[in-house]
Design a protein around this ligand. Structure first.
Ligand SMILES: Cc1cc2nc3c(=O)[nH]c(=O)nc-3n(C[C@H](O)[C@H](O)[C@H](O)COP(=O)(O)OP(=O)(O)OC[C@H]3O[C@@H](n4cnc5c(N)ncnc54)[C@H](O)[C@@H]3O)c2cc1C
Length: 374
């Protein structure tokens, strides 16, 4: 077995690999959790380049194309990417959500089939959880998957499915038993997006982009081996996915935040004392988030706190950037884009209100919200 490099040696090598890719134009600029359509091609090539050079899936096992290192090495990869303002992976939905779920709950065949292809960019994933009537109340989802011989017949609709227009596969939650209490009759599937009866319609956002879509299913025949984990045990698989989605904020995010704050100050000419105070507050909140993640980043309880701090920070940062820029930010600039994009981050992955509810109930021990159903 190859020797695991020290964190310091790995950092140096990662920085060198990234710097060389930046110089050659191969590295894709950073874009956050969701792959924007205008960077699709560049990001695909960058993911492939990392894979071919042995720099993909830092903490994934080598048998599935990963580097076989530790989660700490993976944090360093993210930090070095953030310093160079480069995307650390193709998209969160594949390289974090689907990938980690398959590592945790997949059969040997599923790991063999999906993981290497995800790292090499042959499979791009989307997340098919939310529905028009099930977002915050995710367990209320109505898309049905009814067993018929070796298949499940899928009917229903998903919405806000980021990157679905590009995806080859989706992680899907569907109701397989409507007789059971709502959290218990749900199964988690790995869905081939090419199946007949599936229609993807991009949604235009207020930024002008179409990063997410509606996805419709009409009598889609889904092979029974698409189930991930236990039949009717999908809620447990999904909770692991949501924890990965919400707990992802860390030191790398604060490196990017510092860079953006510096750029804000440079771009705004002079900063009065009120604005300087606001900049300092935002930076302090970023530093607090970084310290929290360094101390307790792996703790599942911390995921909603990280998600809340991160998305509120992004929103306040966009507001401040626009007020520093003045009228120009209402027209057509980077801060216009950020201003229009940032409210969505307080909703994606579970809204800020829902994170506050979870923190209240699970961390502070406050009484549970009244439930009208179970
Ligand atoms: C940019 C973006 C990308 C997304 N990507 C994906 C994706 O790839 N895949 C996917 O499946 N989904 C995705 N989503 C959907 C996202 O997970 C949902 O929008 C989110 O969970 C909220 O659900 P909802 O939109 O149905 O709002 P609702 O649940 O209807 O909530 C409406 C409002 O009521 C508040 N509210 C609801 N319940 C409570 C409560 N109990 N207590 C207090 N306040 C409450 C909410 O906070 C919100 O302000 C994305 C959303 C966005 C904005």
């Amino acid at each position: 077995m190859a020797e695991i490099p020290s964190i310091a040696a790995f950092r140096e090598d990662a920085a060198e690999f990234i710097a060389t890719a930046v110089l050659s134009g191969g590295a894709c600029p950073a874009y956050g959790a969701i792959l924007p359509p205008n960077l699709h091609q560049h990001a695909m090539l960058w993911q492939r380049h990392c894979f071919d050079a042995g720099w993909a899936g830092v903490h994934w096992p080598t048998e599935y194309g990963g580097m076989g290192l530790t989660v700490d090495h993976n944090v360093v990869w993210h930090e070095e990417c953030a310093k160079a303002e480069v995307a650390p992976y193709l998209n969160l939905q594949g390289l974090v959500l689907a990938g980690e779920a398959i590592l945790r709950s997949g059969t040997d065949e599923q790991r063999e089939y999906f993981l290497r292809a995800t790292l090499s960019n042959e499979i791009l994933w989307c997340q098919l959880f939310s529905e028009p009537g099930a977002g915050s109340d995710l367990a209320g989802l109505q898309t049905s998957a009814i067993r018929d011989g070796d298949y499940y017949i899928l009917n229903g609709q998903k919405v806000w499915s980021s990157n679905a227009q590009f995806a080859q596969y989706g992680i899907l939650m569907a109701r397989t038993d409507s007789e059971q209490p709502k959290h218990k009759g749900i199964t988690f599937f790995l869905l081939d997006m090419e199946l007949a009866g599936l229609e993807v319609r991009p949604i235009k956002q207020m930024t002008g982009d179409s990063e997410f879509c509606e996805v419709f299913f009409t009598d889609v025949s889904l092979p029974a081996e698409s189930v991930l984990g236990e039949v009717n045990g999908g809620w447990g698989v999904a909770m692991g996915v949501l924890q990965d989605e919400r707990g992802g904020a860390g030191a790398a995010g604060v490196i990017s935040l510092r860079k953006r704050l510096e750029a804000m100050v440079e771009g705004s000419g002079s900063v009065d004392s009120v604005k300087s105070d606001e900049l300092t507050r935002i930076l302090n909140r970023g530093n607090a988030l970084q310290s929290l993640m360094e101390r307790r980043g792996g703790d599942p309880l911390i995921a909603p706190v990280a998600k809340l701090m991160n998305s509120e920070l992004g929103y306040d940062e966009a507001q401040l950037a626009s007020s520093l820029q003045g009228a120009e930010s209402m027209l057509n600039s980077k801060s216009t884009e950020d201003l229009l994009y940032s409210p969505g981050m307080r909703i994606a992955g579970g809204s800020s209100e829902i994170q506050r509810n979870i923190i209240g109930e699970r961390i502070l021990g406050l009484p549970r919200e009244p439930q009208i159903d179970s």
